[in-house]
Design a protein around this ligand. Sequence first.
Ligand code: PLP
Length: 444
Amino acid sequence: MNEISVPRPNSLDAFWMPFSDNKYFKGDTSRLLARAEGMHYYTPEGREILDGTAGLWCCNAGHGRREIVEAIQKQAAIMDFAPTFQLGHPIAFEAAARVAELAPEGMDRVFFTNSGSESADTALKIALAYHKARGESSRVRLIGRERGYHGVGFGGMSVGGIGTNRKQFGALLPYVDHLPHTHGLKENVFARGEPPAGAHLADALENLVALHGAETIAAVMVEPVAGSTGVLVPPVGYLKRLRDICDRHGILLIFDEVITGFGRLGTNFGAERLGVTPDIMTMAKGLTNAAVPMGAVAVKNGIYDAIVEGTAAGIEFFHGYTYSGHPLAAAASIATLELHKTEDLPGRARAIEPYWQDAVHSLKSEPNVIDTRDIGLIGGIELAPRAGKPGQRAMSVFRRCFDAGVLVRVTGDIVALSPPLIVERPHVDRMVGTLAEAIRAEAA
Ligand code: PLP
């Protein structure tokens, strides 16, 4: 086998790296990862890097799990690919049934995609198709939230609320509004778990109803916990309030569970932990432990029924991907969800959460730390930005951690931690200890 673990000289040019400072990276090739196992990555030179991010919030069961590798290998040998348009293969149906088993009760219908972005756009299209199927074609307005991240498709990007991700791309989708974000309330600084203040921010949805009329609004999409914009944990009662307003006005509630799904909050999905059930739920990442790209959208049975049972004959939903339910992804997801169950990954996350919480909040006394927050196995450490240079302080901390053998993620001036759910106390100590040293060194 031809193994490429070290790039050829000058071979970095061709790959246009996503969400990256290409010029900087290509002048600094020290951050290459060539192998992964358990809680660790290894660089091409064999240096061990402790994974504080589960890849990108994905590898919940840890890296290189034999069970998943073997399931993929086996399936590749049995059948590489078969379409799922007007056809099927058993393994895709089994994978959907496994997802439905984990989803909240009554969400038994699952549409497969290849990513979180595709799941977001699929969910928005399902919401629009649902209202149309029920004769409410005027419900076309989609509501997102400032600082929300729902991937990079035109739907998810438009409903998403990150300025930098939108500005390069023109007008985006029409009929989109945003609720205010929940970040930065002074009562919530250094809060443990769900912060106390801010449930009232959900009432902004009532304002949009008053402005546009409920009969024009199709859906509201939010992340139960926003990760990519710096770990924004929902205030106590906020999601429930959003749910109530949606119910009052016939608006669908979509949870983007791409990072909160599959055990991250100590439950199968964030919905369970936070006590609010959405109508539609998107997922990806942990669905296959990231071994093969796959996303999914689970919907309440009534939504499927309105669209599918409500169509007399022929194709009911004009949407899908060549690789929806791809056999290798389906095999990877079945093996992953088996590990999720047999190793009780949500239970492991719950068991270590108090220790994790203490560790994350122990950073509050470090220099320039202006907030620490956590929920489940997520931690956010917010740093005061350097004057006139937002993001630089956290980026410097990121590099220092990497050089010291720990992978963290930064977004703006917030360091986000989300280790694999198999993390143990010594890993937590090393992660947080290295981060504390990096923060101190940066400040010195
Ligand atoms: N939604 C959320 C909440 C995410 O965190 C992400 C990725 O981080 C996405 C959607 C997009 O997923 P993908 O990169 O697989 O398209």
